[in-house]
Design a protein. Structure first.
Length: 114
């Protein structure tokens, strides 16, 4: 196989120990941090957080920009929206089917109605 036909399967665990992969992720994170409409405000100009999100997205085998859109910061801590966590569990978790939800309790006590 030549360089063009070889397919690398690199996840964030491997990338940390591979200088070439880590450099590629750092370069990508710089580009990602320069985005305006493509990344949330808390990530603009912040390549370190973009790198953390990129590495997490690699673990989940997801698009880093899609993961970034579902993040937020509270008191300096990066968080992930429930919609993203649900998607990760649905696609990557050891499930045999779709997640099923049970709605119960008095409807008048529900704050956010559908």
């Amino acid at each position: 196989m030549n360089e063009l036909t070889q397919q690398e399967n690199i996840n964030s665990n491997v990338a940390v120990f591979s200088p070439q992969s880590l450099a590629a992720i750092q370069t990508f994170s710089q580009v990602m941090a320069s985005g305006m409409a493509t990344v949330p405000e808390h990530l603009r100009g912040n390549p370190s957080d973009c790198m953390a999100i990129t590495m997490q997205a690699m673990q989940w085998q997801m698009n880093p920009y899609a993961v970034a859109q579902k993040t937020f910061v509270v008191n300096g801590v990066l968080g992930y929206e429930a919609q993203l966590v649900n998607a990760v569990i649905s696609t990557r978790g050891p499930l045999t089917g779709r997640i099923e939800y049970d709605w119960f309790g008095p409807w008048e006590k529900i704050i956010g109605k559908f």
